[in-house]
Design a binder for this molecule. Sequence first.
Ligand code: PBG
Length: 330
Amino acid sequence: MIITGKYPYLRMRRSRKEEWSRRLVRENTLSGSDFVLPIFLTDGINKKQEIKSMKGVYRYSVDNLSSIIDRAIKNKIPMLALFPNTNQKLKDNSGTEALNENNLVSKAIIKIKNKYKNKIGIMCDVALDPYTSHGHDGLIRKKVILNDETVEILTKQSLLQAQLGCDVIAPSDMMDGRIGEIRKILDKNGYVKTQILSYAVKYSSSFYGPFRDAVGSKKALKGNKKTYQMDYGNLNEALREVALDVKEGADMVMVKPGLPYIDVIREVKNCFKIPVLAFQVSGEYSLISNGIKNKIIKEEAIYETLLSFKRAGANAIISYYADYIHKIIR
Ligand code: PBG
């Protein structure tokens, strides 16, 4: 890079002096189109329950989604992400409920597609943790998470979601080889247009705590997910994961969590010219929100962190703040 000019003739502060001038030279901005809105689902009728560890985020019953989706469409949010809080009674060792064409996600896809057609995209998580009694993303035998047996169920879960109208299949389980197998089953059944967003780079993180509260898997979960989610010391491994998933047919990839892995987003974007999404996860949301509530940091911190994802090269951000984006961008 060539640096032209020299102090005192060059003064960098000249362009920062006025608000209009800062706007003029701003390199990155945020709009509603940069966001994916996560929605938690719960049983019942006319329900809207606040999640204790995520103030400002709610679980909705399937009949009660209109207000949040109307707002998302008004704010130009391109896509929703559905996450179920499955009734404990329906959970079992192998996550059978994941394949129920009447489960919460199934019902929500049908309802939303019926009402909104293609005004907004629907993305669904593919993994077993909201459905298993042990809270893990895969099947377990003798304390080991089984890979290939889990992948087989995930392909069925993906096909079911595609059949019901899901636009973007998003495997978040971190089993090996699942992207290729999911692409295969989708194509074989005629769902060639259904996209795959791979959680290609998902670290075994402490920042998922409030999410596990939200879907009700926290109490059940024993141990950790370190035998399938990534070790957070690794960057090269992230690039290998992305390369594999792209080869297997991923249309887009996710890096997750967000802020602690902002370097990974940039590196993935530099190496692969594909759409990259950042997931600002539940723990990040709760920390920032609590900091603001307790007057430790200013509300503008939300904008600052969200914009950092764009600066790092993310095409879009999955964020619980997406529901408030009209207030944040204002
Ligand atoms: C489940 C899944 C998790 C998240 C998204 N999908 C949690 C986990 O892997 O334990 C986390 C999202 C968040 O924390 O906001 N496979």
